[in-house]
Structures are given as structure tokens and as C-alpha cells.
Ligand binder design. Structure first.
Ligand SMILES: N[C@@H](CCC(=O)N[C@@H](CS)C(=O)NCC(=O)O)C(=O)O
Length: 205
């Protein structure tokens, strides 16, 4: 059975959400990041960076949450969570947008408002990241102004990735100027698969 190295408040919820949408059987390997499970040598053999999520699908090991999500969408029940190959413009654009464009600002704000020790936080970096974030959120709001979902006129893995990043932005109180994006996130969070992906670390089948 597939194994997902997982912790509830982490990017591991993204592939778990995809697996739940696909109705796959999998096993959760709970990782306690506070206790440093990710730094144990046996885990670093899977991901030398010492980060989750990691997917183990038989002999195949995949790191990077975005890559795992796209792999699952193409490998299992193809067509369910991804558009046809020649219909993937918006799909690829927004999957990569999350990691290359949107999350830089979210990470910067998170580091300098919550994560780093107070004496290392730089308010000017937060201010700059918040300004950049507005334009980046606007791109998604404009795209969704005429669509219910990101790609293919239906729910796909692009919504899992965009929705997860926006969920994190919302948790940080950063969607204030974007009620339509709050509505989009709230709609996605009602999906049973989202809820199962965020609950206790017991796998469903
Ligand atoms: N780009 C990676 C980032 C993975 C990542 O930052 N994982 C965090 C949790 S969300 C982690 O494992 N942190 C523990 C650590 O770095 O010690 C991905 O998308 O999978």
C-alpha cells in the first residue's frame, strides 16, 4: 500500500487531499516535526532535505508536495483529477503559480510574523511581501471571476494546490481584500475529501 509521510499542519495535506478525492487506499506515516522525526537518518534516506511530504508508492519515492499531487492525478484514475493532456494550460499555469509565485510571499510573511524568533523578524520584509501578495492574489481572483474552478470547468488538482495555498493565506489573515477568494476557499473546504485530509492521522480506505 502507498505510504504518505504526513503531519496535519503541513503541505502533506495536499497529496492526502488528492488521494481522498481519488478514493485511494493509503497508509499514513505520522511525522512529529516538533520532535524532529524529519531529521532521523531513516527518513533522510527518503528525502535528504528532511522535509515532508514524501510518498512511497511501492519502490517509487517522490518528494515535493506539488510533484506528488500531479503524479497521483496522472497515475491513478486518470482524468478524474486532471484535464486531458491538450487541455492543461490553466492547470499547469496555476499549479506552478502556487509554488513559484504565490507562496514566496506567504512564506516570507509567515517567517517574519510568526516563525522566526522575534529579534530576527523584519517588518519591512513583511510590508514588501504583503504588497507583492496583493497583485498575485488579484491574478487568481481575476481568473476565478468568470469560472467556478481553476481549470477544465471542474474541480481538479489545480484547485487542491491553489485552494491549499489560499487556505494558508486566509489562516494568516491575508485575504482581507478578496472576499471572492474567501468564498472559493470556503467552498473547497466543504468537500468531504478536504475534511478527511485534515483530520486525525488515520488513513481511510
Ligand atoms: N517544497 C516542499 C516544501 C516542504 C516543506 O517545507 N515541508 C515542511 C512542512 S510544510 C517541513 O517538512 N518542515 C520541516 C523542516 O524543514 O524541518 C514541498 O512542497 O514539499
Amino acid at each position: 500500500m502507498m505510504k504518505l509521510y504526513y503531519s496535519k499542519q503541513s503541505r502533506a495535506t495536499r497529496p492526502r487531499w488528492v488521494m481522498e478525492e481519488l478514493g485511494l487506499e493509503y497508509e499514513i506515516v505520522p511525522m512529529n516535526l516538533q520532535a524532529g522525526d524529519q531529521r532521523k537518518p531513516e527518513f533522510k534516506e527518503l528525502n535528504p532535505l528532511g522535509q515532508i511530504p514524501v510518498l512511497q508508492d511501492h519502490e517509487r519515492v517522490i518528494c515535493e508536495s506539488g510533484a506528488i499531487c500531479l503524479y497521483l492525478a496522472d497515475r491513478y484514475r486518470p482524468g478524474t483529477m486532471a484535464p486531458a493532456l491538450d487541455q492543461r494550460g490553466d492547470y499547469y499555469r496555476f499549479c506552478f503559480y502556487v509554488y513559484n509565485t504565490l507562496e514566496h510571499q506567504l512564506i516570507e510573511i509567515f517567517l517574519h510574523t510568526r516563525f522566526l524568533p522575534e529579534d530576527q523578524r523584519k517588518p519591512e520584509r513583511v510590508a514588501q511581501a504583503k504588497e507583492l501578495l496583493q497583485a498575485r492574489l488579484q491574478i487568481i481572483a481575476d481568473h476565478l471571476a468568470t469560472r467556478e474552478f481553476i481549470a477544465d470547468g471542474r474541480f481538479t488538482t489545480a484547485d487542491v494546490l491553489v485552494g491549499s495555498a489560499l487556505d494558508w493565506a486566509h489562516m494568516q489573515g491575508l485575504l482581507g481584500g478578496f472576499p471572492s477568494l474567501v468564498g472559493y476557499v470556503e467552498k473547497l473546504k466543504k468537500r468531504p475529501a478536504y475534511q478527511r485530509a485534515h483530520e486525525t492521522e488515520v488513513a481511510h480506505s
